[in-house]
Design a protein around this ligand. Structure first.
Ligand SMILES: [Ca+2]
Ligand SMILES: [Ca+2]
Ligand SMILES: [Ca+2]
Ligand SMILES: [Ca+2]
Length: 472
């Protein structure tokens, strides 16, 4: 979901070639391992409609002669030599729909223009590992497979199809009935209504709306994935629990009974270990904290939840003491072990200086002693888009670092364009290159980003190349 909607047109000037990259190298076909893994989640909340966790490996295809132009000379071998970099990416692709099952229908058709644009955006930037935010969840992982088979593996406007042998999806708190009147409007919202969406464990009109999926060219250690969908907000020490301003008691927006079921994550938080080679694992830490907006009133409960959803990863990668309160959906306690490599990715819905998130929310990660945030991905298109004016004018954040094209109208309290999508590596992982995929209007592929109403998404794909040895 976007922080804001509504919009004006943009203008054109300079041009810059987008990043391109060759498809995967040839590999012999492997035996098909169709893993229908199911994880039983603890019954931590009323009305849970959690489905199973899905992950899949599929046989790799022979792709002889499918090399194309390589952005990196070190990739010019296809003989199994080690290459030097891995591209991590985050992309809020707006592959959410208004009704359950609609995304499946769109993806099954193979002809949905917006899905094709989302796929082409991924193809043109060719990440090795990508988090897709706003991707409606279904229990069988069917949408993830249809998007891969019918869109990512097809050519659009002459693009090179991209092959992801691995993906991971799991349930989301969005649209899951809480059984409580969480927005305190006096009514328990019915499923599928606006109030039902507001009263859900995470904002959503049906279970799984605005979910997410990870695609990878490298194996995902599915057995070692940790999910934090059921972690309760109240179990975070010093949680910014919202206050009902109409009462004298503090931090009482949610009743004790509500807090006993209220989950921290508005969607889910996943630690997805990516196996680059034997004993070479990178933990891809992904989430999509709630926008700090909507009908909050004085309690700013979405801003506070956003802050603490971001804080979760800050604690997870911190000392044993700081992460000791954390438990995952299997009941395993604690954070990431100290030596582990990680990349944090996602639409964090927080700009470092502009927008409506709580001051310091994203700095919990940007200024974290174990995170290297020195490289902020940039684009020329973000600079051009700031000419939309309005709220963009008084903003102080660098326009080149913006990743989302939000409403700029001051009269609507539009947030303007913001930096909200991040790929943040652990300190010590060398950053080789990075970009926000946002071509200026006159440049190739600007038809993928466009202007409101957007052809693909109001967010831009962000990628970062990290120096990491790996096979093939
Ligand atoms: Ca309500
Ligand atoms: Ca109060
Ligand atoms: Ca805008
Ligand atoms: Ca901005």
């Amino acid at each position: 979901m976007s922080a804001r909607r509504g919009y004006r047109a943009s203008m054109t000037t300079q041009s810059r070639p987008p990043a391109t990259r060759a498809a995967a190298v040839a590999t012999a076909a492997l035996a098909c391992l169709a893993l229908g893994l199911t994880t039983v989640l603890p019954a931590a909340s009323a009305g849970s409609s959690d489905g199973g966790v899905s992950a899949q490996e599929k046989p790799k295809k022979d792709k002889h002669g499918d090399k194309g132009k390589d952005r990196d000379k070190s990739k010019e071998n296809d003989k199994g030599k080690v290459d030097k970099d891995v591209r991590f990416s985050t992309f809020n692709a707006s592959l959410n729909r208004t009704a359950a099952g609609q995304l499946l229908t769109d993806l099954a058709s193979g002809t949905n223009a917006q899905a094709a644009n989302a796929a082409e955006t991924i193809q043109r930037t060719a990440p090795d590992v990508v988090l897709v935010n706003e991707f409606d969840y279904d229990a069988g992982g069917k949408a993830a497979e249809l998007f891969r088979d019918n869109y990512l593996e097809k050519s659009w406007h002459g693009s090179t199809p991209i092959d992801y042998p691995y993906y991971y999806v799991a349930p989301s708190n969005t649209g899951m009935p809480s059984g409580f009147d969480l927005d305190n409007d006096g009514v328990l919202g019915a499923p599928g209504t606006q109030d039902g969406a507001d009263d859900s464990l995470g904002f959503g009109f049906f279970p799984g709306q605005y979910g997410m999926v990870v695609y990878s060219k490298y194996p995902i250690a599915t057995d070692e994935v940790r999910t934090f969908q059921s972690f309760l907000w109240k179990d975070m020490p010093g949680a910014l629990l919202p206050n009902d301003p109409a009462t004298e008691a503090l931090a009482d927006w949610y009743s004790a009974a509500e807090l006993a079921t209220f989950r921290l994550s508005s969607k889910s938080h996943w630690d997805v270990p990516i196996t680059l080679a034997k004993n070479k694992t990178v933990h891809f830490l992904v989430s999509h904290p709630t926008p700090p907006v909507f009908d909050d009133g004085q309690d700013d409960r979405n801003g506070k939840r956003n802050h603490d959803e971001i804080r979760f990863w800050a604690d997870y990668i911190s000392t044993k003491a700081a992460s000791s309160y954390i438990y995952d959906d299997k009941g395993v306690k604690g954070g990431l072990h100290r030596g582990a490599k990680f990349v944090i990715a996602g639409d964090q819905n927080s700009d470092p200086v502009d927008g409506d998130s709580i001051d310091g929310a994203i700095q919990q990660l940007l200024d974290h002693p174990r995170v290297d945030s020195r490289t902020a991905p940039e684009s020329a298109g973000g600079v051009e888009a700031a000419l939309q004016g309005g709220t963009n004018v008084p903003q102080s954040g660098p326009d080149a670092q913006d990743t989302a094209d939000f409403d700029d109208a001051i009269i609507r309290n539009g947030s303007g364009n913001l930096r909200v999508d991040y790929v943040l590596p652990r300190k010590g992982l060398k950053v080789l290159a990075s970009e926000v995929f946002w071509p200026v209007a006159s440049a190739p592929f600007s038809y993928l980003t466009g202007v409101f109403p957007f052809p693909t998404s109001d967010h831009r794909l962000v990628w970062m190349d990290l120096k990491l040895n790996h096979k093939h």
